[in-house]
Design a protein around this ligand. Sequence first.
Ligand code: SF4
Length: 343
Amino acid sequence: MVVQTMWKSRLSFSDLPNTVKRIGQLKKLGCGVLRFAVPDLAAAEVLGKLSEEVSMPLVADIHFDYKIALRCLDFPIAKIRLNPGNITGKEKVEAVLSKAAAACRPIRIGVNGGSLPQDLRRRCEEGTLEVADALVQAAEREMAIFDEFGFTDYLVSMKASSVADTIKANRLLSGKSDVPLHVGVTEAGPLIAGIVRNAAALLALLKDGIGDTIRVSLSDTMENEIIAGREILHAAASITGEEGQGRLKPRGVTIVSCPLCGRSNFDTRAFIERWQERLYASEKNITVAIMGCAVNGPGEARHADLGITGAGNKVLVFRKGEVVRTIDIAEADAVFSEELEKA
Ligand code: SF4
C-alpha cells in the first residue's frame, strides 16, 4: 500500500536542487510515489531531468495535450496519469498507449468528478445520472479503449469531492473489475476538513480491501498529506487487524500525546510542532508519548517506548512508564534527541 502526494508548485529548472532535496525529505516521511502537474512541454523537460536525478517514482499528470505525455515517456518517469475527461480522441489515447507499452510504463486513468466527459456531466446536471455512476462509466469507457488496444498495465482512480460519491464509485468498479485502484477524495478542503473527509472515505474502502495506493488531498503541505495518509493506513490496519503484518502494515514512529488541560505544565503542542516531521521521518518502530503533566503523563503513557512530560518546572523523560531523566525545560529538546537515538 503506497502513500502518494502531489507537488504543489510549478516545475522549474532553476529550482531543481531544492526540488531534489525536498523529494528526499518526502521519501523519509513515507512518500512512495510523487505526482507532478505537467501543463506544457517546458514542464515535461524539467520533470524529465528530475526523473534522472531522484529514486522516487515520479508520475506525470497530463491534461488536454497528449503530446506532453508522449514527451514525458522519453524519460525514466514511473507512470503517466491521463484524464479521460479532457484528452478526447481515441487516436490520441492510442498514441500514448503505444509509446507507454514500448517503454513498459503504466498509466493511471484518472477520472475526476469535476471534469467528467461532457455527455456524462450533462446527464449529472439534468439529474438522470448519479455522479458515482458517471465516474464509473467514464473510467469504463477509457478502460475499453485500453483493453481494445491490448494495453493492460493500467490502474484507475475515480475521485469526487463528495465522500459518498467517492466510496460508491470505487465500490461499484471494484465489484465489476479487479483493476488496481488509486483512492482518495479530491478537492477535500483545508487541513482538518480534508483529513476527516479522506479518512471517512478511505477507511470505508480500505476495510473492504479496496484501494492499492492512496492520496490525502489537502489545501496544505505535501508533508501533511503524507503524514495524514500514514495515519489513515495505521487506523485502517487497526480496524482490519493487519497491525504488524499485511499490506496496511504501519511503519515508523507512532505518536501519542495528551490534549492538555488545566494541570498541564509542558507545551505539548509546541513540542509536537518542532518534532513531528523528525519523528515521522524516523525508521524506528516505536511509540512516543508527549504528555502535559506528571499526574497522568508517565502513567497513562506507560505503554510508550519513550515519553516526555512536564513536572512542575522540570521535564521528565520516561521509558515504559519509568522516569529515566529529570531535566530543565530548556534542555528538553536536546535530551529528548539523545534518548530518541537510544530508543
Ligand atoms: Fe491534563 Fe496531564 Fe492528562 Fe495532559 S496528561 S490531559 S495535562 S491530566
